[in-house]
Design a protein around this ligand. Sequence first.
Ligand SMILES: [Cu+2]
Length: 286
Amino acid sequence: MIPQHVLAVLAAFLVGGSNAHTIFQKLWVNGVDQGYLNGIRYPTYDGPITDVTSNDIICNGGPNPLVTPYSQTVINVPAGATVQAEWHHVLQPNGYNSADSADPVDPGHLGPTIAYLAKVPDATQTDVTGLGWFKIQEDGFDGTTWGVTRMYNAKGLHTIKIPSCIPPGNYFLRAEMIALHGASSYPGAQFYMECAQINITGGGSTQPSTVSFPGAYHGTDPGITINIYYPTVTNYTIPGPPVFTCSGSGTSSTTTTKTSSTTSKAWIYRHRALRARHLTFCLDLR
Ligand SMILES: [Cu+2]
């Protein structure tokens, strides 16, 4: 007899191995539906990207060719807004399909949901290379439930808060889901992402630190090459930089609280050390 827990692991692999992927295909802004495929660069095939060093990790493409010409819509988003990326198993003009247990994604595709922004001169420009990206949302594993499961339970809605302090203008919003069911060796993790074309209104003048794609992820990252079945995951490390926040600008200042004087030598040394660590981590910090 095969022990029950081994069967459970085998079942998880079989479920995860099925061809049931996902596509981000609609954006909501403060609860308002922005329209199916409107302002989003999307493929017709729902497959993953697995090579984190390829340009396809930016806004998809490659094995999942993007439909061209791209949408000419740039979606207006007030700074501070709550947006939702809506994911579905395949392209679904009618939205959530309750008859498909793999909608919005195969429930065995466990992993984090993440979102990034990159400022661009014109969100309808075709080129997505060479941009500076900053993370604005991440939902990994809380000890019980994965971010993807929360998105699954929300029928495909992935909730993202747009920072209130960043400069107005055009941006790409890169909504991402990583499936780790086959990630025990690299390549194995499956990266799903689409980019929405948005225009942030209002806002402020805070310039977040940025990372590059490709560059921000490595095959050796503990959140990218990981066996999520054994040993039991306790602390999952979400790949990429820290989340940018207006209160503690993302990278260094989140750990610089509780200093009596911000000009103290200790603070300066600590700050330098953190910067150096960040530079080492990102390699391509600009
Ligand atoms: Cu899949």
